[in-house]
Design a binder for this molecule. Structure first.
Ligand SMILES: Nc1ncnc2c1ncn2[C@@H]1O[C@H](COP(=O)(O)OP(=O)(O)OP(=O)(O)O)[C@@H](O)[C@H]1O
Ligand code: SF4
Ligand SMILES: [Mg+2]
Length: 392
């Protein structure tokens, strides 16, 4: 029997102070989200033979829904291969979704051609995981950070050089280093160069894909803090991707946990860390290091057995059932829908933890309604993006 882990402790590297002044100052979210993703999926075809016939599909992302409001940070967390980068690349429209919908500022951008996307590229930017390979080693910092201006044919008041130097200063680099090459900088500084390039066109939404995982732990907190400061200064909205819940804790307003192509839990940051409902979230949280020995006492590490199953042939119904210590027969038969069990706290589990009374019945009812709607061909509600119960 595995005990529920203690989850209230501060964690490294983004060891924080709970809610920062900046986060506390952010307004309550409401109205139309900046980004809404509804039932989004990507199945990569696997082909074989001379005719390259499709013989299978990698179900990398399999119907995820969430919304992000202006000024908000959503953390997207899960183990390697669960579909985080694929989700980010679809939102950026670097990958075509297989199904689902992406809405940005109220406009459906799912089907836009690359040409139609060009003006939107200014508003949507991505920070990449690896600050080494994402910067061209043959270009100076000036050329790298100035590239977006040239690509978008944007003139700046005092010239591109001045604009780039201002950006370097903004991310804490010396503007005098304009003519230096990436190899002359440390890992943390290179990630700052990448961030400066991302900010060049004043984007509205930044997808930061594992922005600190390639950096030393001592540098990670600095880069996270920089992202947070920039958010307040420039009114940015973030989706921050990480495989570790400790990295996104400090920066996120809400956190979505992904497992094998699906979102299994999404909630306000404090709610998720204090009272996680999905067993997988609990397992991820139990792996988060706690520096304080008093808080560490009594916490049991949940060691998940086995590897993440292949997205080529994911387990039926609840995809986590092959590794879940609470799994029962229904978990192998009926897919648990993502249900709002506490205000703003959605979980996809038949036997959620820390859940209010009657949660299991509520999940069963939502699953029955979903199946009935599917049988009658009624349109289904893809809820989180709209703030309700998600019936898939
Ligand atoms: N172009 C592709 N063709 C086929 N399969 C792919 C392709 N891109 C990704 N995949 C597969 O899709 C799944 C999800 O990949 P993705 O890179 O989105 O995961 P991730 O959550 O970002 O993982 P990581 O934490 O390792 O970066 C993986 O099984 C991956 O092998
Ligand atoms: S639905 Fe069942 S198998 Fe899936 S997480 Fe919940 S208890 Fe575990
Ligand atoms: Mg990835």
């Amino acid at each position: 029997m595995v005990s529920t882990p203690q989850t209230g402790a501060e964690t490294s590297p983004a060891a924080g102070t709970g809610v920062s002044a900046a986060q506390a100052a952010r307004p309550e979210r409401g109205g139309e989200p900046l980004l809404a993703v509804e039932g989004l999926g990507k199945h990569f075809p696997v082909t074989a033979g001379l005719l390259r016939r499709q013989v299978a599909a990698v179900k990398a992302v399999d119907g995820v829904s969430f919304a992000v409001h202006k000024g908000e940070t959503l953390g997207l967390v899960g183990e390697s291969g669960c579909g985080k980068t694929t989700t980010g690349r679809m939102i950026m429209r670097l990958l075509d979704p297989s199904f689902g919908r992406i809405t940005f500022e109220g406009t459906d951008i799912t089907g836009l051609s690359q040409r139609q996307m060009r003006p939107l590229r200014r508003d949507l930017q991505m920070i990449f995981q690896d600050p080494y390979s994402s910067l061209n080693p043959r270009q100076t910092v000036g050329a790298i950070v100035g590239a977006p201006f040239r690509l978008q044919k944007i003139q700046t008041e005092q010239g591109v050089k001045k604009a780039v130097q201002d950006l370097l200063e903004l991310v804490g680099l010396n503007p005098e280093h304009y003519n230096r090459y990436p190899h002359e900088f440390s890992g943390g500084q290179r990630q700052r160069i990448g961030i400066a390039r991302t900010l060049a066109l004043k984007p509205k939404l930044i997808i930061a894909d594992e922005p600190v995982s390639a950096l030393d732990v001592s540098i990670q907190a600095q880069v996270i803090n920089l992202l947070e400061d920039l958010q307040d200064e420039l009114d940015l909205t973030y989706v921050v991707i990480a495989h570790d819940l400790s990295v996104v804790r400090h920066i996120s307003d809400r956190v979505a946990v992904m497992y094998l192509g699906k979102i299994v839990e999404i909630a306000d940051r404090n709610d998720l860390y204090a009272e996680p409902m999905h067993p997988y979230t609990n397992a991820l949280l139990s792996a988060v290091p706690i520096p304080d020995p008093d808080k560490r006492k009594g916490r049991e590490r949940i060691r998940l057995s086995g590897d993440v199953p292949s997205p080529l042939d994911p387990p039926p119904a609840c995809r986590f059932h092959t590794r879940c210590w609470k799994a029962q027969e229904i978990c192998k038969q009926v897919e648990p829908p993502l249900v709002e069990l506490r205000p703003g706290h959605h979980t996809a589990c038949h036997f959620p933890e820390n859940a209010p009374e009657g949660a299991t019945e509520l999940v069963a009812k939502a699953a029955a309604e979903r199946d009935e709607a599917a049988a009658t061909g009624e349109p289904v509600t893809l809820g989180e993006a709209k703030g309700g119960v998600r019936k898939v």
